[in-house]
Design a protein around this ligand. Structure first.
Ligand SMILES: CC(=O)N[C@H]1[C@@H](OP(=O)(O)OP(=O)(O)OC[C@H]2O[C@@H](n3ccc(=O)[nH]c3=O)[C@H](O)[C@@H]2O)O[C@H](CO)[C@@H](O)[C@@H]1O[C@H](C)C(=O)N[C@@H](C)C(=O)N[C@H](CCC(=O)O)C(=O)O
Ligand SMILES: Nc1ncnc2c1ncn2[C@@H]1O[C@H](COP(=O)(O)OP(=O)(O)OP(=O)(O)O)[C@@H](O)[C@H]1O
Ligand SMILES: N[C@H](CCC[C@H](N)C(=O)O)C(=O)O
Ligand SMILES: [Mg+2]
Length: 483
């Protein structure tokens, strides 16, 4: 491919060198440069990749996309100066792979909680409706039946467009993808053509990265601001920021709600361990998913399917048979009737939602025992709040490690303990080792009790100092509860 063909849509501030040259691949990591690559110098949170420009030329880079031209210009190399290298990376990645997002119907799902659930159910539903479908999610990516491991909730633009291209090649009609706030801020979705956008909710998370709730909100809103006129923008108006998302979008505005008038409406008739019974768009339907928050997720899925012109009754019939995403309210029951639930709740709101769901559907006298930790190198401000919410809604809480990453696990627990009120202290114990914490919860539980293991959901590892060791909450619960 020629450089000149890659530059469509890129706002160039200065161009030095020829554009009629062949390109091998796009690359934003100096350590992986190969001959005739385009290197994108990105200013990151840890380093400014402009410092690697000379090194990448030494390794064979033919083109440098940068925000500041280096002092020494190499006459063999082409330099493209842009305002933001990440924006150029997004647009050029689309061009490199033939803009695959325009060749299928791409739906983006954003919000603090529920993205994986909504995207995964949409993926399963559209497959069941008979379409070739793709999925880009936190848990895994799918090119119809072919699974591709996920590294991020939203991949980098090169990986993202490469996956979309594979979907187009495989004949996919639809792709459902999670759009994280990091992805919007870092322009990972730049240049994509969306057919629709869905908003789930906005609560506390990622304040380490976005600094304030307002800038977190703006990142989510920017996704809707960027949707084209031909797309739809579907939002949850029971969330106080639901309408904000639609303020400046050119897309076709649509709403869903449980508590007020909206384009798509549902009412919870029953919420049991066996599932949800809803009145959805005036139809009486039973679903396998548990918890009132899943009524929102199901409604978002239903609204999206209708906006994509699917038949109402067919959609509801197929939806009623589907289970949720792995590690989301995933439960097992032991021979002596202890219920063990694994859930990916890793924000204060998600913890409260799961525990209030349990509170609503428990029979009465049983104890709720929660095992919970918080991830290292992530938003520290949510730690005491998550511990407090866990205590407020449980009979016993075991504070433990999640993925400590590069942090000292004991100090994360100490930050969580700061959120435990003096009256709640008596129901809390701290056990550093997550495996021991889960074992202890199982020993404490008696017939009828409910154990919630929160925070890691589908994850099959625990990350400590850059090393990922095998770890599986559900596997451990099974071993303990059903030996
Ligand atoms: C905070 C964050 O999102 N960081 C991402 C970001 O890293 P960064 O800005 O710190 O990059 P940096 O290390 O400063 O480097 C800047 C640039 O220099 C380049 N570089 C760096 C070193 C070098 O030797 N040579 C070189 O060229 C890097 O490739 C990069 O382009 O850019 C990197 C390259 O794309 C990402 O891998 C990295 O994701 C890290 C691993 C990460 O953990 N991200 C998480 C927080 C994330 O994105 N999560 C969201 C949402 C999660 C959710 O579902 O809630 C997600 O979408 O997954
Ligand atoms: N609509 C919802 N509202 C509030 N909480 C929810 C909702 N859906 C799911 N949750 C809770 O949030 C947890 C994470 O759900 P899910 O993985 O679907 O969200 P996500 O937005 O993809 O998260 P991430 O940002 O980590 O990828 C669930 O395990 C559940 O506890
Ligand atoms: N995708 C989210 C999930 C975090 C899950 C939790 N287990 C943790 O490690 O903090 C993140 O990277 O912030
Ligand atoms: Mg997700």
């Amino acid at each position: 491919m020629k450089l000149q063909d890659l530059l469509y849509g890129v706002t160039i501030q200065e161009l030095v060198g020829k554009t009629d040259r062949s390109i091998h691949a796009l690359n934003f990591d100096s350590r992986k440069i190969e001959k005739d690559d385009v290197f994108f110098a990105i200013v990151g949170t840890a380093v400014d990749a402009h410092t690697y420009i000379g090194q990448t030329i030494g390794m064979g880079a033919a083109v440098i996309v940068c925000e500041v031209l280096p002092e020494n210009i190499d006459s063999e190399v082409t330099y493209v100066k842009v305002q933001n290298s990440s924006v150029a990376l997004g647009i050029m990645s689309g061009n490199f792979f033939g803009n695959p997002s325009a060749s299928l119907k791409l739906i983006g799902i954003t919000g603090t909680n529920g993205k994986t659930t909504i995207a995964t159910i949409l993926f399963k539903l559209f497959k069941d409706l008979g379409y070739k479908t793709g999925l880009l999610s936190t848990v895994e990516n799918y090119i119809h039946d072919v699974v591709v491991p996920a590294t991020h909730t939203t991949p980098n633009p090169i990986a993202l467009n490469a996956l979309l291209k594979e979907m187009v090649n495989a004949g996919c009609d639809y792709c459902f993808m999670e759009v994280s706030s990091h992805a919007v801020s870092q322009h990972r979705i730049e240049g994509l053509t969306f057919a629709g956008g869905v908003f789930s909710n906005l609560t506390h998370d990622h304040l380490d990265f976005h600094k304030t709730f307002d800038s977190y909100l703006k990142a989510k809103k920017a996704f809707f601001d960027g949707l084209p006129k031909s797309a739809f923008a579907l939002t949850n108006i029971d969330d106080k920021n639901g309408m904000v998302m639609l303020q400046n979008t050119k897309a076709h505005k649509k709403t869903y709600a449980l508590k007020q008038l909206a384009d798509f409406k549902a009412k919870i008739i029953e919420n049991q361990f066996s599932g949800l019974h809803l009145d959805i768009d005036n139809e009486d339907v039973y679903f396998k998913l548990v918890g009132s928050f899943n009524a929102y997720n199901l409604l978002a899925v239903y609204g999206t399917a209708i906006l994509l012109e699917q038949d109402k009754l067919k959609v509801l019939t197929l939806l009623s048979r589907l289970s949720g995403a792995e590690g989301r309210f995933d439960y097992i029951t032991s021979a002596d009737h202890i219920i063990g639930i694994v859930d990916y709740a890793h924000t204060p709101d998600a913890v409260q939602n799961v525990l209030s769901t349990i509170a609503n559907i428990r029979k009465g006298t049983e104890q709720v025992i929660t095992v919970i930790g918080c991830g290292g190198d992530r938003d520290k401000t949510k730690r005491p709040i998550m511990a407090q919410v866990a205590c407020d809604w449980s009979d016993k809480v075991i504070l433990t490690s999640d993925n400590p990453r590069t942090e000292d696990p004991q100090s994360i627990i100490t930050e969580m303990e700061a959120g435990v009120s003096p009256t709640n202290k008596r129901k809390t114990i701290s056990i550093l080792d997550r495996k021991e914490a889960i074992k202890t919860a199982c020993h404490l539980a008696q017939s009828g009790d409910i154990i919630l293991v929160a925070g890691k959901g589908h994850e099959k590892y625990q990350e400590i100092n850059g090393v990922r060791n095998h770890f599986d909450d559900k596997e451990l619960l099974m071993e303990q509860l059903n030996p």
